[in-house]
Design a protein around this ligand. Structure first.
Ligand SMILES: C[S@@+](CC[C@H](N)C(=O)[O-])C[C@H]1O[C@@H](n2cnc3c(N)ncnc32)[C@H](O)[C@@H]1O
Ligand code: SF4
Length: 400
C-alpha cells in the first residue's frame, strides 16, 4: 500500500518533556467500525453512510484485517479484553463475514478468557437466525438501537423500524442466547412530553435489558436537524425528564455509572469503562480512532481514513493521522474521560495511565474543589453532582 499524499500529515504535537515509563500497560480493547446504514438518520453525525444494495462485505473484512496488521507491532504480546463492533449498523453484515473477521482477529491477537464482544444492532436489520448465528460466533453482548417505542417519535427521527419491531428485537436477542444486552434510548425528542419519555423508559425496563444507554438528543453540526431544527422540549421539561427518568431507572435497579449509562449490578459495559478509565484501544475501520500507550511512556492517538471509498482504495493509507499526547494535554485527556464516571476513578490511576505525578493536577484540583465541582477526597478523582452537571466548567480547570 502506498502513502496517500492527500491524507492529513502525521502530527507529532504537544510538549515532549520525557515522562516516566508506565508501570504497567492498561487493558487493551478493539473497536471495529462498520460505516454503513440502511439510510442516514437526520440527527446523526456518526461516520455512517447510506448503503448501496450490495455491501462490499468481503472487501471490507480484508481491509479491516490489513488495517489491524499495521497496528499489530504496537501491541505485540498484549491480549484483548473487549471488542466492540460499532457503526453505522454492524448488524447489516452477515454472520459469515463477521465470523471471518473475528477468526482473523483471534489469529492475530490473543483474546482474554472472559472477553466481552459487543455488536450494535438496529431493529429492522436482522432476523432471529442472524442473531443466533452472531451468538454462535462468540459475540456475547448486543447493543440495540431502539431510540423510542412511539411511532410518531420514530418517524420524526427518520428510523427504519416501528415500535413493534423495537419490542421484538429484545425478545429475539434473548431467544438467541444473549443474556447481556443494552438498549439505546434517546430523550428530549421533538415535541416529547415528560409522560412520553417516561413511557419509553418503562417499556424499555419491561424488556429487562442488563444495560440502558439513555441519551438526551443533541443537535449536531452537519446534520439535517442542525439545518432544520425540530421543536424540542423546553428546558424545564428536559430537566423534569432527566430527574424523573433517573429516579425511575434507580427504582428498577439500574444504577447510573456514567453521564448516559445505567446498568444492573455487575453489567456495566466493560468496553466503555475501558475508554472512560483511559485504557488503550486499537481502532480499525473507516474513521476509527485509537489510543495506545507504549512501554517507553509515549501515549499516541491515531485516526483512520474516514470515507469508506477511500478506506477501501488500495492506493490510500488506512492511517490518516497520529498524534503523540504531550504532558500539557494528558491531564485534560485523562479527566475528560474519568470524570464522566459517576464514581470517578481512584486517584492512583492517573500516574498509572499517564506517567505524570498526581501533583501535576494539584492546582486544578484545588480550584475545582473550591468551586464545589470536584469531590474533596484525596484517594479519588470524582465530580460532585454539581460538577457532573457542569462538566465542561470542571474540565476547564485542568486546561494548561
Ligand atoms: C453509533 S450510534 C448508532 C447505533 C445504531 N446504528 C442505531 O442507530 O441504532 C449509538 C447511539 O448514539 C445515540 N445517538 C446518535 N446520535 C445522537 C444524537 N444526536 N443525540 C443523542 N444521541 C445520539 C443513539 O441512541 C444511537 O443508538
Ligand atoms: S442508524 Fe444509527 S449510525 Fe446509522 S444514521 Fe441512524 S443513528 Fe446514525
Amino acid at each position: 500500500m502506498t502513502i496517500d499524499s492527500s491524507a492529513p500529515p502525521l502530527i507529532h504535537g504537544g510538549v515532549q518533556t520525557p515522562r516516566a515509563a508506565l508501570p504497567q500497560l492498561p487493558p487493551l480493547a478493539l473497536y471495529i467500525h462498520i460505516p454503513w446504514c440502511v439510510r442516514k438518520c437526520p440527527y446523526c453525525d456518526f461516520n455512517s453512510h447510506a448503503a448501496s444494495p450490495v455491501l462490499p462485505e468481503e472487501e471490507y473484512v480484508d481491509a479491516l484485517l490489513a488495517d489491524l496488521d499495521q497496528d499489530l507491532p504496537a501491541v505485540y504480546g498484549r491480549e484483548l479484553s473487549s471488542i466492540f463492533f460499532g457503526g453505522g449498523t454492524p448488524s447489516l453484515f452477515s454472520a459469515q463475514a463477521l465470523g471471518r473477521l473475528l477468526e482473523g482477529v483471534e489469529q492475530r491477537i490473543r483474546f482474554a478468557d472472559d472477553i466481552e464482544i459487543t455488536l450494535e444492532a438496529n431493529p429492522g436489520t436482522f432476523e432471529q437466525e442472524k442473531f443466533t448465528a452472531y451468538r454462535a460466533l462468540g459475540i456475547n453482548r448486543l447493543s440495540i438501537g431502539i431510540q423510542s417505542f412511539q411511532e410518531d417519535k420514530l418517524k420524526a427521527l427518520g428510523r427504519i423500524h416501528n415500535g413493534d419491531e423495537a419490542v421484538r428485537a429484545a425478545g429475539m436477542a434473548r431467544q438467541a442466547g444473549f443474556d447481556n444486552f443494552n438498549l439505546d434510548l434517546m430523550h428530549g425528542l421533538p415535541d416529547q412530553s415528560l409522560e412520553d419519555a417516561l413511557g419509553d423508559l418503562r417499556q424499555a425496563i419491561a424488556m429487562k435489558p442488563t444495560h440502558l444507554s439513555w441519551y438526551q438528543l443533541t443537535l449536531e453540526p452537519n446534520t439535517v436537524f442542525w439545518n432544520q431544527p425540530p421543536t424540542l422540549p423546553e428546558d424545564d421539561t428536559l430537566w423534569d425528564i432527566q430527574e424523573a427518568g433517573q429516579a425511575l431507572l434507580a427504582e428498577h435497579g439500574y444504577a447510573q455509572y456514567e453521564v448516559s449509562a445505567y446498568a444492573q449490578p455487575g453489567r456495566a459495559a466493560r468496553h466503555n469503562l475501558n475508554y472512560w478509565s483511559f485504557g488503550d484501544f486499537i481502532g480499525i475501520g473507516a474513521g476509527a480512532h485509537g489510543k495506545l500507550s507504549h512501554p517507553d511512556g509515549r501515549i499516541v492517538r491515531t485516526w483512520k481514513t474516514r470515507l469508506p471509498k477511500d478506506y477501501l482504495n488500495p492506493a490510500k493509507n488506512f492511517k490518516a493521522g497520529e498524534k503523540s499526547l504531550g504532558n500539557d494535554e494528558l491531564p485534560f485527556e485523562f479527566l475528560m474521560n474519568a470524570l464522566r464516571l459517576t464514581e470517578g476513578v481512584e486517584a492512583r490511576l492517573y500516574p498509572e495511565r499517564t506517567g505524570l505525578p498526581l501533583e501535576s493536577l494539584a492546582e486544578g484540583r484545588r480550584d475545582a474543589e473550591q468551586s464545589g465541582l470536584l469531590q474533596v477526597e484525596p484517594s479519588r478523582l470524582a465530580a460532585t453532582p454539581r460538577g457532573q452537571l457542569f462538566l465542561n466548567d470542571l474540565l476547564q480547570k485542568f486546561l494548561c
